[in-house]
Design a protein around this ligand. Sequence first.
Ligand SMILES: C[S@@+](CC[C@H](N)C(=O)[O-])C[C@H]1O[C@@H](n2cnc3c(N)ncnc32)[C@H](O)[C@@H]1O
Length: 192
Amino acid sequence: MKEIQDTWAKKAKEEGYRSRASYKLLQINELHKLIKNSDMIIELGSAPGGWSQVISKLKKDSTKCHAFDLLPMEKVEGVDFHNLDLYSNEFEKFISDLSIEPDLILSDMSVNLSGIKLIDDEANKELNLFCLNLSKKILSSKGALLIKTFTNQNLKTLKKEFEQSFERVFTEKPKASKTSSAEVYLLGLVPK
Ligand SMILES: C[S@@+](CC[C@H](N)C(=O)[O-])C[C@H]1O[C@@H](n2cnc3c(N)ncnc32)[C@H](O)[C@@H]1O
């Protein structure tokens, strides 16, 4: 299995992607055609830029993309990067000043692991709920929210909240995601 997983890292290097994570978005996007149907994209937790590169490659020229991370990120063509913590006042101001509603919000965020499962799960749950609440505030009426989350005791409740918030909900585990990792992606389409 290690061999298969290493294949994605090798492929990323060969194809000029900054991270193997690019293939996770490519594979989910292949199923749901999210990027080409969006005019305004918000990407949360974008560094080092693997997903931004995919967005840059697949988006329409006219599509705007704003990417955020608390770590720095090298420039990706066609993506406006903001070195901000989502929990900061600056981020809140950016969002309240937006003049166009995003039709796609993407989050590959997860917290730095403390090693204590309960603490990490709660912190990731907070990030997930942050994304869900943000989508309720700013997503366009036909928009989509895709977030990374984890198979743990919180997933059932989170999925229920997605089902209450979106017309259609999918749980995706792309091939490029390590089978040994608990990560999965939740996609909500069309806010209720
Ligand atoms: C798995 S990495 C993202 C990888 C990215 N999708 C790629 O393809 O290169 C998760 C990112 O979430 C960011 N992150 C976590 N918490 C954050 C927060 N509160 N505000 C902004 N970024 C955050 C981390 O700094 C990290 O860079």
